[in-house]
Design a protein around this ligand. Structure first.
Ligand code: ATP
Ligand code: MG
Length: 337
């Protein structure tokens, strides 16, 4: 693993207390993120995939310091952003910005888009005030908009163009990390490709680092250098893109891959179709042992006894399953019954 990652998340936990006031009972919490560790080298893209409710957005919001984490460390370069507060946190915030799914919701409908970008420069005190108008033009050009479009309102743009504006605003303060939560999910497929290509170009030109969340495996495969699969608040498998897509090991990853309509059959769980039945358990009552055992076609009684650790089974490939065996140095995917 990279010794000097830009982003390093260690044992991150976000537990939401249940109920309020008198009905709040000690020890009852939604364990949305329950001990997540990963690191992202500068200039690369780290993807997080997983079913709805697995804790992807909560992880992103905790990294952004928009949701208070209840445990663990978050470091950005040399800076302990997980424990930063007040003026220090405000200063550090320039370095990490977020792009959400719905560009319409994240833009003020009554603000001209040039002013929206300008507001970000003013808020984060980027450069001298008199240079900011030029910087707005530069940012709009960088995301492929024409300078005269600065005077238009968000509703005068298409969804793809609005996401370009959101990107321009996010880039205002020269951030190092962009946290992107389903950045293209609201867009038509053809437009998705344009925005993804733009994001890749910006990454190369500005040496940006992306934390990239998507439920679309095709998009993740296109964008990410390294990918983590989350299930019920924990990472169950993590590897470089090629490894993870070509040699998935965890039964849950096999099931996710096999359910993806966009994948060709050879890649679907390597020939076997694995049906996922039922819903994940609630993060309010996390089962003992392996969290996936209740839905896993390969589960044995021992799987429900203790939670398996996330183990490095080959260089850079981590998996949380006691049934994955390493034979002659090669990890073997679990044989499905
Ligand atoms: N503020 C909150 N208070 C209580 N529970 C919450 C809160 N925010 C999220 N949760 C719960 O935490 C779990 C993880 O939610 P999260 O939004 O992170 O999932 P997700 O992986 O992003 O899902 P999706 O794919 O639907 O976006 C869910 O069970 C959710 O209901
Ligand atoms: Mg989400």
């Amino acid at each position: 693993m990279d010794r000097n990652p830009l982003l390093a998340v260690d044992d991150l936990k976000v537990h939401f207390p249940v109920g309020g006031g008198l009905i709040r009972r000690a020890g009852t919490a939604v364990r949305a993120v329950d001990g997540v560790s990963f690191s992202v080298p500068r200039g690369t893209t780290f993807g997080i995939v997983g079913e709805s409710g697995s804790g992807k957005t909560t992880t992103a919001l905790a990294v952004m310091r928009l949701v208070q984490h209840t445990g663990g460390q978050i470091r950005l370069g040399d800076s302990d952003i997980g424990n930063a507060a007040g003026e220090t946190l405000r200063r550090e915030r320039r370095r990490f910005q977020m792009v959400f799914q719905d560009p319409f919701a994240s833009l003020n409908p009554r603000r001209r888009v040039g002013d929206a970008v300008r507001d970000a420069l003013d808020l984060m005190q980027v450069g001298e005030p008199r240079g900011r108008a030029a910087r707005v033009r530069e940012l709009l050009a960088a995301v492929g908009l024409r300078p005269e479009q600065h005077a238009l309102f968000p509703h005068q743009f298409s969804g793809g163009q609005r996401q370009r504006i959101v990107l321009a605003r996010a880039l205002a303060a020269h951030p190092e990390l962009l946290v992107c939560d389903e950045p293209v999910s609201a867009l038509d497929v053809a437009i998705q490709a344009q925005i993804l290509n733009l994001m890749q170009r910006l990454q190369r030109e500005l040496n940006l680092t992306y934390l990239f969340i998507s439920h679309d495996l095709g998009v993740v495969r296109h964008m990410c250098d390294r990918v983590a699969v989350m299930y019920l608040g924990v990472i169950v498998e993590m590897a470089d893109r090629t490894r993870l897509f070509e040699r998935p090991l965890h039964p849950y990853t096999l099931a996710l891959w096999s359910a993806a309509p966009s994948f060709d059959p050879r890649q679907r769980g390597r020939g076997r179709r694995i049906q996922l039945t039922g819903d994940p358990p609630s993060p309010l009552s996390v089962p003992r042992g392996c969290r996936f055992a209740g839905r896993c076609p390969a589960a044995e009684p021992a799987c429900s006894e203790a939670e398996p650790p996330l183990t490095e089974v080959s260089p850079g490939h981590w998996v949380r399953c006691r049934r994955v065996r390493v034979e002659g140095g090669v990890p073997q995917p679990v044989i499905m019954p």
